[in-house]
Design a protein around this ligand. Structure first.
Ligand SMILES: [Zn+2]
Length: 330
């Protein structure tokens, strides 16, 4: 669901809002909006109910868990009716435009969710499903139990990252004749891409290392949660002494990915590089580093770091103010 729609729901129903709405298609906005308004009407349950939306193979299901037992028979029945109405609405409204009169489109793999599209949006969706089917068939050898059902709620850009990196992994596995020795576990869980390698004894260690790297890169790229979090420990694990003792790194996940690329180059320059700080103060920023080398190489390093500042978006004038992560990276 687009950000403005999510924000509308958050503002309208602060007590009932659940981040799971972000994984739902735009076309179902009104159905969700209506469901939440019904929930609000059912009674003053404001602080004693948890709502979660989940896209099932057959449509949209809302799970509602009361935190206290003050539901009457009447309110419980009203809830069940609202849940049913939501499911029916999702089955009869186009998930792209929200117009009624839809046809069901089966997913690319067995067990994948069906799609619900109006006549106008059905053909392009069907083409996409066919393309995905072909790609899945090509990648099937990477999965122990055949290609997994790919969640339709997975946003387009994350889907692209998943396919890109599965393609890279498949090429590497083929190149080294490792089919059957390396499998991939793939899931999309609460808005996060999970891509993990499973190694079967007898696999080539060096290929395994590369595949592990591919997987974690894909996960990091797909982690678009736009908040700033502390990456200092993570960076220290990856880059060791390149990260100064008092160094602080606070960035979004995308920024951290960019920083990693630069740090790899800095490490290869062998100039005694040390990162002292890299913080998105949001607004404002701080990038501090040190090196111990010839003036010529120092100039080169300064250039690299200036480019980093630009790539991190620090020089953009209309940067959005981003929230801090509640508890850092889980
Ligand atoms: Zn439509």
């Amino acid at each position: 669901m687009k950000a403005d729609k999510i924000e509308t729901l958050r503002t309208r129903y602060p007590w009932y809002f659940d981040p799971s709405v972000s994984t739902l298609p735009d076309g179902w906005f009104h159905a969700v909006d209506h469901f939440l308004s019904q929930l609000k009407d059912i009674g003053d349950l404001a602080d004693c109910v948890i709502v979660r939306f989940e896209r099932m193979p057959y449509g949209l299901q809302a799970f509602v868990a009361p935190c206290q037992f003050n539901w009457t028979g009447e309110s419980a029945l009203a809830l069940v009716r609202a849940q049913e109405a939501l499911l029916l609405a999702s089955q009869s409204l186009c998930e792209v435009c929200g117009l009624p009169g839809v046809e069901t489109l089966p997913g690319a793999t067995e067990g994948a969710q069906a799609g619900f599209f109006c006549e106008e949006h059905l053909s392009s969706a069907a083409v996409q499903v066919e393309q995905e089917k072909a790609r899945w068939a090509d990648l099937a050898f990477l999965f122990r139990d055949g290609p997994p059902a790919l969640d339709r709620s997975m946003p387009e850009d994350i889907r692209k990252i998943a396919f890109d990196y599965l393609g890279k992994i498949a090429a590497k596995v083929r190149e080294w004749d490792q089919a059957g020795y390396i499998h991939i576990k793939l899931a999309f869980d609460e808005g996060l891409l999970v891509m993990r390698p499973i190694y079967i004894p007898g696999y080539e260690l060096i290929v395994g290392m590369e595949i592990t790297e591919f997987c974690s890169t894909a996960e990091e790229l797909a982690d678009t949660r736009p908040y700033i979090q502390d990456w200092t420990d993570r960076a220290r694990t990856i880059f060791g002494t390149l990260i100064d003792e008092g160094c602080v790194i606070r960035l979004t996940s995308r920024q951290f990915y960019i920083l990693q690329q630069t740090l790899k180059i800095a490490a290869s320059m062998e100039v005694g590089f040390v990162l002292k700080d890299c913080v998105d103060w949001n607004p404002g920023y701080e990038v501090d580093y040190d090196c111990d080398t010839t003036p010529h190489l120092e100039k080169e390093l300064d250039g690299l770091m200036s480019a980093l500042v630009v790539r991190l978006g620090f020089t953009e004038t209309d940067r959005p103010i981003l929230p801090e992560a509640p508890g850092g990276r889980p």
